[in-house]
Design a protein around this ligand. Structure first.
Ligand SMILES: NC(=O)c1ccc[n+]([C@@H]2O[C@H](COP(=O)([O-])OP(=O)(O)OC[C@H]3O[C@@H](n4cnc5c(N)ncnc54)[C@H](O)[C@@H]3O)[C@@H](O)[C@H]2O)c1
Length: 310
C-alpha cells in the first residue's frame, strides 16, 4: 500500500504520523507547498521508527506530485485552518481542493480520496464534481471526529470510559449543521437517555457541536491530534478492508431523503472506499434537522458555482 497526505501542517503531519506508527502503508508521502517542510517532517518521523518500531517509509515532497505516483489512498488536508471567530465556511475560496485532486489523479488514477480540508462537506462535493470519479472513491472526514468528541463529552457526563460508548454524529461538519444523534447513543447497550437527564444530554450535544470552536478558542487555530487520528482511522478501514461503520461525508442519491449533496451519514468503509450507506430510522425531529443541515450545506455548495469551480 502507498498512501499520500497532502498538506504537512498540523492535521496532515499528525495524520501521517499515526498512519506510519500503525504501519498502514509500506510507503507514505507527505506533500506540501512550503519548501522543505514536508521533507523535514518526514525525516523527523522516520527518526522515530527505530524508537517506536515501525517500518513505513515516509518521504517528503515539496509540491512534486511525481513522488505520489501509484498511491492507493490520498488524504487532503491542504489549506488554512480557521482562526478564532472564523467559521469553517469562511475558508471556502482559499481551500479549494480541485487543483490538488487533478495533480494527484495524473499520477494515481486509481486513488481513493479522503478529504479533510474545510469547509469539508463543500470540498468533498467539489472533489466529486471536479474529478468525475465514482462516488465511492470520495470520502469526507468530519463525522468520525465529531462522534469522537460526542463520546468524549458523553463519557464525562456518565463517568465511564468513552470506549464503552456508542454514539454517532451525522449531517454537515459545521457548528450549526452537525447532528449528534442522542437517541441512538448507548452505554453498553443502555440508552444514554435512560442514564442522563434530558438537560445534561442536550448539553453534551451542544458541547459537541461547538467542540471544534472551543478548541480553536483555546489554541488560536483548529485542533490536530483528534482530526489527524480520525483521518488515519478512516484510512485504516480502507487499507485493511475492515468494513467499519463510520459517519462520513459521501454523495447521497435519495438516501436520507437527499440528492446531489455530500453530507455525513453512517457508511461501511472498506477497500473500495465507502461501500454502503447504513440507513438509520430517523424520527420526524431528527429528519427535520437533517433536512435543515442539508439545506445549509447545499447553499454553501452554491458558492462553488459562483466561483465557477463546478
Ligand atoms: N474535517 C475535519 O474534521 C477537520 C478538522 C481539523 C482541521 N480541518 C481542516 O484541515 C485543514 C488543515 O488544517 P491544519 O490545522 O493542518 O492547517 P495548517 O495550516 O497547519 O496546515 C495546512 C498546510 O497545507 C499547506 N498547503 C496549503 N495549500 C497547499 C496546496 N495547494 N498544496 C499542498 N499543501 C498546501 C500549507 O503550506 C500548510 O502546511 C484546514 O482546512 C482545517 O480547517 C478539518
Amino acid at each position: 500500500m502507498k498512501i499520500t497526505v497532502v498538506g504537512a501542517g498540523n492535521v496532515g503531519a499528525t495524520c501521517a504520523n499515526v498512519i506510519a506508527q500503525r504501519e498502514l502503508a509500506s510507503e507514505l508521502v507527505l506533500l506540501d507547498i512550503k519548501e522543505g517542510v514536508s521533507e523535514g517532517k518526514a525525516l523527523d518521523m522516520m527518526q522515530t521508527s527505530t524508537l517506536l518500531g515501525f517500518d513505513t517509509r515516509v518521504i517528503g515532497s515539496t509540491n512534486d506530485y511525481s513522488k505520489t505516483a501509484g498511491s492507493d489512498v490520498v488524504v487532503i488536508t491542504s489549506g488554512i485552518p480557521r482562526k478564532p471567530g472564523m467559521t469553517r465556511e469562511d475558508l471556502i475560496g482559499t481551500n479549494a481542493v480541485k487543483g490538488v485532486v487533478d495533480s494527484i489523479l495524473k499520477y494515481s488514477p486509481e486513488a481513493i480520496f479522503v478529504i479533510i480540508s474545510n469547509p469539508m462537506d463543500t470540498m468533498t462535493y467539489l472533489a466529486l464534481k471536479a474529478s468525475g470519479l465514482p462516488k465511492n472513491r470520495i470520502i469526507g472526514m468530519g463525522g468520525i471526529l465529531d462522534s469522537s468528541r460526542f463520546k468524549g463529552y458523553l463519557s464525562q457526563a456518565i463517568g465511564c470510559p468513552a470506549t464503552d460508548l456508542q454514539g454517532i454524529v451525522i449531517g454537515g461538519h459545521g457548528d450549526t449543521t452537525m447532528i449528534p444523534l442522542t437517541r441512538f447513543a448507548t452505554y453498553m447497550g443502555v440508552p444514554a437517555a435512560d442514564i442522563l437527564d434530558a438537560e445534561v444530554l442536550n448539553k453534551v450535544a451542544a458541547d459537541t457541536m461547538v467542540g471544534g470552536a472551543t478548541l480553536t478558542g483555546m489554541l488560536g487555530t483548529s485542533a490536530w491530534y483528534a482530526p489527524g487520528a480520525a483521518g488515519a482511522l478512516l484510512v485504516e478501514s480502507i487499507v485493511r478492508d475492515e468494513k467499519k461503520v463510520y459517519p462520513c461525508c459521501v454523495a447521497l442519491d435519495g438516501e436520507y431523503g437527499q440528492k446531489d449533496i455530500c453530507i455525513g451519514v453512517p457508511v461501511v468503509i472498506g477497500k473500495n472506499g465507502w461501500e454502503k450507506i447504513v440507513e438509520y430510522k430517523l424520527n420526524e425531529e431528527e429528519q427535520a434537522k437533517f433536512n435543515k443541515s442539508a439545506d445549509a450545506v447545499r447553499s454553501m455548495n452554491k458558492v462553488l458555482v459562483d466561483m465557477k469551480l463546478v
